[in-house]
Design a protein around this ligand. Sequence first.
Ligand code: DOR
Length: 423
Amino acid sequence: MKLLIRGGRVVDPGRAVDRVMDVLIDGDRIGLNGTPDRVVDAGGMLVVPGLIDLHTHLREPGFEYKEDIASGTRAAARGGYTTILAMANTQPVIDNRAAVEWVLNAGKARGVVRLLTVGAVSKGQKGEELAELGDMIEGGAAAFSDDGNPVSSGELMRCALLYARMGDKPVIAHCEDRSLAGEGLMNLGYWSTILGLRGMPWVAETAMVARDLMLAELTGGRLHLAHLSCARSVEMVKEAKARGVRVTAEVTPHHLLLTDEAVNTYRFDTDTRVNPPLRGEADVEALLQGVRDGTIDAIATDHAPHHLDDKEVEYAYALPGIVGLETTVGLVMSRLVDTGRLALGTAIRALTAGPAQVLGLDRGTLAPGSPADVTVIDPAREWTCDPSRFASKGRNTPFKGWQLRGQAVLTVAGGEVVHEGIA
Ligand code: DOR
C-alpha cells in the first residue's frame, strides 16, 4: 500500500529537517515517489518519525491484570509510539533465550506496534548470577537490564557490561543504592519532612551512577542510564561523555514536570509514588538542560501500569509507577514545547532519533528507504487526561485531569496504520 501524508510540517531531527513537505509510505519503507492508494491531509500537523520508547513495562507474562502485550502495544500506538522496548521484570523474568523469543513472538502475534525486549542481567533478577547474555543476544534481546531492581553487585555489573559488549548491546542501569534508598517513599528533603514520609536521598541514585560510569569506562561497554532524576547525575553523565565513556541516558516526562511537592499538592495521591522519586526544582531544571544540550539522549516513559488494588492503599503500601504511553506526547507538547522550555526539534529528537541511537536501530528517521514508522501529531488538539479512556489497563497517572494540547492522530508502524483519530 502507498500512503501519502500530504502537506504536514515534517520534523526529522536526525536529518535536521523541519519544513512542510509530503511523506510517502511505500509498503514497509518510506518511499520517494509513486501514485498513492490513499492520501491523508496533514495540513497544520506535525509529521515525525514513529516514536520509540526505551522503557515500557508490559507486565506479560505474569501480571496480565496490570497490562498485557495487546493492551500495552495498543496504548503505545495511541500515544504515537511505533517501537517499544519491554522491560524484563515480569513473572517469570525474561532472563533466558527462550523467554526472549517468547516475548518477541508474542509481540508479533498480539502486538500492535513493534516490540523489542530487554533481557535480565541476572537470573531471576536476583542480582546473584549473571544470566546467559550471549544466548539472549542470539535470541534477539535488544538490551539488558534488571530494571525495577538495581544491580547491587559491582562485579556482576562489570561482567554484564563486558558480555553485552560482545553483541554491542547496552546495559540499562536502574541506579539505586538500596542501602541508601532504604524504605524511602519519596525524595528526602523538605516535603518528606513536612509530610512525615520516609525519604530517600538523591545520593542513592548518584552513588550508583558514579559506579556504573566508571565500570563503563573500565570495560568499554555501553551503559544506558534509565530514568535519571537528579542534577548531579546529569553533571556526571556530561563529564563522562566528554571523556568518551560510552554512556547514554534517559529521563521520564514525570521527572521533567513534577517535583516532590506534588506529593503534598495531590494530598498523598499514590500516583505520585514512583521510583526514582520525584525530586526538587533544581533537579528538574538540570534534567531539562540535559535534554537541551544532548547530555540526556531520550525521553522515555517508564510506563509502569499497576492495578487499582496496588495504588488505592496507604502511601507506604502503594507500588511505585506511573503510566506514560498515552500521555507523553500531550505532556511534552503542551507543558515543555508550548511553554518554550524545550525546542520542538529537541523534544522530537528525544522521542525518536535519540532512542534509536541508544539501541542502534535504523529507525527514528523519515529518510527515504527507512522503515515506514511515522507519527502524525495534531499540535493544536486539546484534550483532558482521562485515565478511564486509556487503552492501557493502567490508570495510575498523577496527570489525570490535566488539560493538554497535542495528540497523536495517526500512527503508522511498519507501513500499517495502527492508530487513527481518537477512540
Ligand atoms: O516506579 C517504578 N516502577 N520504577 C521502577 O523502577 C519499576 C517500575 C515497575 O516495574 O513498576
